[in-house]
Design a protein around this ligand. Sequence first.
Ligand SMILES: Cc1cc2nc3c(=O)[nH]c(=O)nc-3n(C[C@H](O)[C@H](O)[C@H](O)COP(=O)(O)OP(=O)(O)OC[C@H]3O[C@@H](n4cnc5c(N)ncnc54)[C@H](O)[C@@H]3O)c2cc1C
Length: 467
Amino acid sequence: MEQRHVEEIRTMISRGRILTDESDRYSYSFDGSFGTYLPDVVVQTKDVQELAALVKYANRELIPICPRGQSTSLSGGPLPVKGGIVIDLSVMNDVLEIDEEDLVAVVSPGVLTADIHKAADRKGFLYPPDPSSSHVSTIGGNLAENSGGPRGLKYGVTKDYVIGLELITPQGEIIRTGGRTVKNVTGYDLTKLIVGSEGTLGIITKAVLRLIPKPPAAKTVMAIFDSLVDAGRAISKVLSSGILPSKMELMDQASMLAVENYEPSGLPIDAEAMILIELDGHPAAVSDEAEQVSKVCSEVGAREVRVPETKAEMEEVWQARKLVSPAIARIKPTKISEDATVPRSQIPEMCRRLQEIKKKYNVHLVVFGHAGDGNLHPNIVADKSDKEEMGRVEQAVAEIFKAAVELGGTLSGEHGIGTMKAPFMEMELGAAGLEMMKRIKQAWDPNNIMNPGKIFPEPGQKLVLTE
Ligand SMILES: Cc1cc2nc3c(=O)[nH]c(=O)nc-3n(C[C@H](O)[C@H](O)[C@H](O)COP(=O)(O)OP(=O)(O)OC[C@H]3O[C@@H](n4cnc5c(N)ncnc54)[C@H](O)[C@@H]3O)c2cc1C
C-alpha cells in the first residue's frame, strides 16, 4: 500500500482513528490460530457512512480490507494475509436494544455476545447461541463465523437467530437484508448467505437477532465412563431416546486431568470420559427427563451418574467444562483447536478414530466439546518450536479432517475455514461444489478486496503450522 493511500484514508476518517505505528499494527497481526501478518493500516470508526466511503475507495484502488472483531478466531479469519486495511469493528459497539414486543435484539457488530446474553436475561429472554468465547468475542465475529456453542444441540447456532443485517458491500454500498419479521421469503436469503461468510462478502454494521423466552428450569446430569467409546455410545443413545437436552458436552480423561491440575474441583480423573448433560424447560419435565437420561447412561455402561442438586453445584460442573481450553493451554505452549464435526450416529466411531490418530502420530490429543451435535473438539497441544513434533501434528490434523469427511461429516462445525482449513475444502465439497462457492464470491466481490486469502485455497496451499 502506498503512502498516498494512507494520506487519503486520513482525510476520509474524520470521526475515528488511523493506526500506522508498527507496534499498533503488530497488535492486529494475529488471531487465536497461526501466523502473523502485519496490516498496512488499522482503521477504527463508529461511523458507517465513513466506513462505506473507505470501502468504496479501497475497491477502486484494489486495497485489501480485513474486517476484525476481537480476533479470537481459531481459523485465521481476521488475519490480513495480503496486507491492506484492518477494520477494527470492536469499537462499533454502541447499539444494544432489546425489543420486548418484537422479541428481537438490535445490535452493533462490536457488542460482546455475553452482553447480549445479559441484556436479554434481564428482560426474561434468551439469546441461545453461546460460544465459549462469548465474554471476549463480538457478535460481528459470531455472525461472520456462524458461531455455535453448547446450546447448539437444542437451539441451533448463530444463523438460526439472525433475521436482519446491515452490510457494507465490497463496492461500498450500504444494504439491508431481512428485517424484524420472523417470516421473510422475499427473494434470495442474503442474510443466511452473509452469516458464516467469514468477512469475505462485506462488513456487517448492524444485526437484528431473534430472542426466545428464557426456559424456567434446568438440571444437569454428569455421567462418568471407563471407556471413551462407551461415552460416545451413551451420547447417541440419549439422543435417540426421545429427549433433547439443551447441552451435551464431553470431557475425556486428558481434559479432566488438565482441569484438575489447573483448578481442582474433584473431577473423576481415573475415568476415561465424562459427559455433562443439561436439560431445560418446565421444572416437572426437567426432573423427569433427568431421571430418564441417568437411566440410559447407566444402561450403556456409565460407572456412575450424578445429578448436582444446587445451582452452585451445577455452576461448578459447567465451570470445569469452561476451564478445559485454558487448562490444556498450560500443558504445552501451542494449542491446535479443531472442530471437525460428524453425524451423531458416527460419534462413537469418531472417538475410536481419534484414539487411533493419537497413537499413530504420538501427539498430545485431548478430546472435549459439544458432543451432542457431533461437534467434538479434538485439540492437540504441542510446542511450535519443535519442528519434528509439528510435522507429526500437521499429519494428525489432516487425518482428523479426513476421518470427519469419510464419516459423512464436515471440516468445521463452528470455527470456520479461514486460512487453516482452506487446503481441505475440495476434499469436502468436490471441485464443482467449491467452484460454485468461488463464483458467488466473484459475483459479490469481483476485485477480491474483502478479506482475501480466506476460505478458498491458493494454488498448492498446504496446512502449515510452523512459521
Ligand atoms: C477460548 C476460545 C473459545 C472459543 N469457543 C468457541 C465456541 O464455543 N464456539 C465457536 O463457534 N467459536 C469459538 N471460538 C472461536 C471464536 O471466538 C469465534 O469464531 C468468534 O465468533 C470470533 O469472534 P471475534 O469477535 O473474535 O471475531 P474475529 O476473530 O475478529 O473475526 C472472525 C471472523 O469474522 C470476520 N468479522 C469480524 N467482524 C466482522 C464484521 N462486523 N463484519 C464482517 N466480518 C466480520 C473476520 O474477518 C473473521 O473472518 C473460541 C475461541 C477461543 C479463543
